[in-house]
Design a protein around this ligand. Structure first.
Ligand code: MG
Ligand code: ZN
Length: 423
């Protein structure tokens, strides 16, 4: 039988000092984001992972969380609570649940939310034979302070395809440094919660009121059983009021769509030729209308384009912007527009992070606009567009002469996503 993780626990008992005055009368998990308590988004996400058995570890003002969720029925899940005294740290909170823990469980904190790939995390946990498989954020944008280094030679579930371009989107590996004080040089990642944890780690805890990570992670690391799976998708938190503004945007209902340019919106140039001048840009039938429809439906439209002609000297960035201006002018005539444009000016030998099928431009946009990529699709005319989407854990829609961009958009607006699967 295929092994599965079917239980989640959430640490949600702390005082939430930084969210005063809200937390003077409310527990932190109930902090409202766009009209809903933050913890409800976590419960919804856990449910989307296929988990219905949820244990919430509570302390401070626990009854407010219990009253809100009850036994979870209203939310389509089964929720149990374990309440320990307010002053308990995470070791004692977890110990309080030890009789009802499964052999392995998803462990979360009520601080962060991130659209991790749960299936990949579980696969890695079992294939690594780990005691703990952490989710870690690739902190190359210095979103926070890093605390982890991993052995970088393992790439799991890489999308292998005929383009043979290396895929580092799905890194995972053994943790070699876990530095909670964050003093080691060259730390690169940070753990964000969402760990798969073996119940065996209960035996690694001491009998004091300590922080679970500080006591258990170093021991598991020493036994070479601490692994981590990287996410490049930014995580969002309710740790501070400053961060909460991004979190509200991330958890809003704003819709986003990623689209390729050449061959999707305009007639594809011949191989090794480029759209240098505005007159080279010929709209494909229906493409302008499709963008207008997306605008009207409330989508934020983002263009993602490889422009190797710039690196090859066939055109300049200025050429690209002039073409962009022409597109904008043409769209304006029908009251349409593109909201954001990202392009890679590099050649295929430059080994940059932004040339499709690498997902660098997608993640750049993700961070710039606090996008939840798990709700997004990318439309393009090349398998590389699909691989780009998949590399960012999104669905890709392939268009061609028979199934044009306008057809894909019409389907999408009718709730139909014709996902293209790379074999
Ligand atoms: Mg294209
Ligand atoms: Zn690039």
């Amino acid at each position: 039988m295929e092994k599965k993780v079917t239980q989640a626990i959430i640490f949600a008992g702390g005082l939430g000092e930084r969210l005063k005055p809200f937390t003077e009368n409310n527990p932190k998990p109930m902090y409202p984001i766009n009209g809903k308590p933050f913890i409800e988004y976590l419960v919804e996400q856990i449910k989307s992972f296929g988990i219905s058995d949820i244990i919430i570890l509570l302390g401070y003002l626990h009854e407010k969380v219990e009253d809100y969720f009850g036994d979870g029925t209203k939310f389509g899940v089964n929720i149990r609570y374990v309440v320990t005294p307010v002053e308990c740290d995470t070791e004692l909170r977890l110990k309080g649940a030890k009789d009802i823990l499964n052999d392995e469980f998803l462990m979360m904190y009520c601080d962060n939310i991130c659209p991790i790939n749960f299936e990949r995390l579980c696969d890695n946990y079992f294939s690594h034979d780990a005691l703990i498989e952490l989710s870690i954020y690739d902190n190359s944008d210095n979103w926070t302070k890093s605390n982890i280094i991993i052995e970088e030679n393992k790439i799991s579930n890489a999308v292998i395809n005929e383009t043979k371009e290396s895929n580092d989107s799905f890194k995972s590996g053994k943790v070699i440094i876990y530095d909670k004080k964050r003093l080691t040089p060259n730390l690169k990642y940070v753990d964000i919660g969402y760990a798969i944890v073996s119940k065996k780690v209960i035996d690694y805890m001491d009998n004091a009121n300590n922080n679970f990570e500080s006591i258990v992670y170093p021991k598991v690391l020493n036994e070479k059983k601490l692994y981590a799976t990287v996410t490049k998708h930014r995580y969002y938190s309710i740790g501070s009021f400053e961060r909460i503004e991004y979190t509200k945007k991330f958890l809003s209902n704003q819709k986003y769509i990623f689209i390729d340019r050449d061959g999707t919106l305009n007639v594809r140039p011949k191989k090794a030729e480029y759209i240098v001048n505005p007159e080279d840009f010929i709209w494909i039938d229906g493409a302008k209308t499709a963008i207008k429809k997306l605008n009207d439906a409330g989508y934020f439209v983002i263009l993602i384009s490889n422009q190797a002609g710039i690196a090859r000297g066939a055109m300049s960035e200025d050429n690209f912007y002039k073409v962009q201006k022409k597109m904008g002018d043409d769209l304006k005539v029908i009251g349409a527009h593109i909201d954001a444009v990202y392009f890679c000016p590099h050649g295929w030998d430059d080994n940059c992070e932004c040339r499709k099928p690498k997902p660098g431009l997608i993640y750049k946009a993700q961070k710039d606009y606090s996008i939840n990529l798990s709700n997004c699709v990318m439309i393009g005319d090349d398998e590389r567009d699909i691989i780009t989407a998949n590399n960012a854990d999104m669905k890709g829609i392939l268009v061609d002469d028979n199934y044009k961009f306008i057809d894909a958009v019409n389907d999408l607006l009718n709730g139909v996503i014709k996902e293209y699967k790379i074999l």
